[in-house]
Design a protein around this ligand. Structure first.
Ligand code: F6P
Length: 317
């Protein structure tokens, strides 16, 4: 019995924890485990190594992914998917655990249709996967953002400025809304809750008139063509000197938080249980603290619910 494992897409703290749990529990269940390097690229290039208990020692506190990761756009192509499935079958590896986000799941779904039994584990800081309350890496990234925001608040209050903090998330505003609530941001701009530029400026003007000494504005990435230009406009029109900070890849690094260590361990074990039961074409998730699984198709067809945290915004701002 051979089980392959990949991490794919943007790396996320907690991926290593899940790899560790999968390897150890799968070995206990009689599997030989093979780690493919750099996600689907490793499958296409037959680049893999056998993993043992010792291979995954010391991983609980390690950020990134020891397996490596990549984005492989050509994996959308059916002939490439076919080659990957064939490569795996040639080595007798017919089970795969794929850790990643939405793009990873689409590749996983295609491989599953081609006869590889695939189980997905949600690993991305964006928290943008449907049917799971949280993805691996989200909580760690949130802690990183919180720490940065606290520091930016210190300097913003000293200089009486408006800090504009851009966080990741792709098309999902969870990092921004959670960080905004944790950091007491005056304004939070996300794909789910777009703020008009004029409204942002008006609010800041009002705050200035009320003699508020500083302001914090958090926005999801890619919401403005040019954040520096918008900061300049705010400075010109609102009375606050606005300073943008793009947190960028800092958010993807670091030692996994307790939440991600627990989640990675629980999800890794659960994924192996599914493999043992012969359940495949599914993704693991956590809903209301319970570890669950759903078909990839259901995950693709479900729209993520808007976070309930938006309801709190008015109450605490
Ligand atoms: O999906 C994780 C993520 O960090 C997103 O938040 C971001 O938009 C994207 O990856 C960046 O991708 P790359 O690593 O390819 O620059």
């Amino acid at each position: 019995m051979k089980l392959g494992i990949i991490t794919s897409g943007g790396d996320a703290p907690g991926m290593n924890v899940a790899v560790r749990a999968v390897v150890r529990y799968a070995i206990k269940n009689g599997f030989e485990v093979y780690g493919y390097k750099d996600g689907y690229k490793g499958i296409l290039e037959n680049n893999f190594e056998r993993l043992y208990n010792r291979s995954v020692s010391g991983l609980l506190n390690k950020g990134g992914t020891i397996l490596g990761t990549s984005r492989v756009p050509e994996f959308l192509n059916s002939s490439v998917q076919l080659k990957a499935a064939q490569n795996m079958k040639d080595f007798g590896i017919t089970n795969l655990i794929a850790i990643g986000g939405d793009g990873t799941y689409h590749g996983a779904y295609e491989l599953d249709k081609l006869g590889i039994n695939v189980v997905g584990i949600p690993g991305t800081i964006d928290n943008d996967v449907a049917l799971t309350d949280f993805t691996l890496g989200f909580h760690t990234a949130l802690n990183t953002i919180n720490e940065a925001v606290d520091k930016l608040r210190d300097t913003s209050s000293s200089h009486k400025r408006c800090a504009i903090v851009e966080v990741m998330g792709r098309n999902c505003g969870d990092l921004a809304i959670y960080a905004g609530i944790c950091g007491g941001a005056e304004m939070i701009n996300t794909p789910e809750n777009r703020l008009k530029k004029e409204d942002v400026i008006e609010k800041l003007k009002k705050m200035k008139n009320e003699d508020r000494s500083y302001a914090l504005f958090i926005t999801t990435e890619k919401m403005y063509d040019n954040l520096a230009d918008f900061a300049h406009e705010i400075t010109e029109k609102s009375g606050f000197h606005a300073v943008p900070t793009v947190l960028g890849y800092i958010q993807r690094g670091g030692s996994p938080s307790s939440e991600d260590r627990l989640l990675g361990t629980q999800m890794g074990i659960y994924a192996v249980e599914l493999v043992v039961k012969g359940i495949h074409g599914v993704a693991v998730g956590i809903r209301n603290t319970k570890i669950v699984h759903d078909s990839f198709l259901d995950v693709f067809a479900t729209k993520r619910k808007k976070s309930k945290l938006y309801d709190l915004l008015e109450e605490v701002s």
